[in-house]
Design a protein around this ligand. Structure first.
Ligand code: G3P
Ligand code: MG
Length: 235
């Protein structure tokens, strides 16, 4: 079972920062996950929440801030003094520090109140960086994934966090049965794992930070888990 460093090695360094990604690479992670959003001026940055405040010393919507404004903020102090001054990174900065051999799980954050085509710009940047083959594009916004796949047949991971009645049927009926089903640990069950595998899809589980659960996922034949501890299986 593969371990995907969720928001980088975010159990050990502030999530979605260069420090967290550098550490994940140093720890030998073969795959990392990060969240991308579009700034007011159309830049692609790496941050989880739509609003500032939890992990940065600012307020308001990311989508209403320019890159320059976001770069003023501190994304490290909330985690520990050691990381004071850490910045919100751009996707390009991730490409600069993460070796090409590391698989990228790029989670596109998109809102119904902001339908700018973030997926197109993310695809353009990943493509320019020569990383399409080693990237999986995921999102809770399935329309966005559909639009992306229709433009370019990339690997897409359909993110869900609910107990779907007929998950394979949902993916097939919506033409989303392309690469992976990214379910929450709260709603996975062995029967679904089997059905997904039979349908030719991988199953990735978010987020698993306890060793007992990680082992259970491995026993169930899960292909990969997202974890803030890249070393979860040996720690
Ligand atoms: O991609 C897995 C996971 O990151 C999805 O949820 O909220 O942590 O971005 P979230
Ligand atoms: Mg995410």
């Amino acid at each position: 079972m593969e371990i995907i460093a969720h928001r980088g090695a975010s159990g050990y360094a502030p999530e979605n920062t260069l420090s967290a990604f550098k550490l994940a690479v140093e720890m030998g992670a073969k795959a990392i996950e990060f969240d991308v959003q579009m700034t007011k001026d159309g830049e692609i940055i790496v941050h989880h929440d739509y609003f500032l405040g939890r992990t940065v010393n600012g307020k308001g919507f990311i989508k209403n801030k320019t890159l320059a404004e976001l770069k003023e903020l501190d994304a490290g102090s909330w985690f520990s003094k050691e990381y004071e001054g850490e910045k919100i990174p751009t996707i390009k900065e991730i490409f600069d520090i993460v070796p090409k051999g590391v698989e990228l799980h790029i989670e596109i954050k998109k809102l119904n109140i902001d339908r700018r085509e973030i997926e197109k710009e993310v695809f353009r940047l990943v493509s320019e960086a020569g990383r399409i083959e080693s990237s999986v594009f995921s999102s809770f916004d399935h329309e966005c994934l559909k639009q992306l796949f229709e433009l370019h047949p990339v690997k897409i991971g359909v993110l869900v966090s609910s107990n779907l009645v007929e998950p394979v049927k949902y993916l097939v009926d919506n033409n989303l049965n392309k690469y992976s089903f990214n379910q929450s640990v709260a709603f996975i069950k062995p029967e679904v794992v089997k059905n997904m595998h039979d349908a030719g899809l991988k199953v990735f589980i978010h987020s698993v930070n306890e060793i007992e659960i990680a082992k259970q996922m491995e026993n169930w034949g899960i292909d990969a888990i997202f974890s803030k501890y890249p070393d979860i299986m040996t720690k």
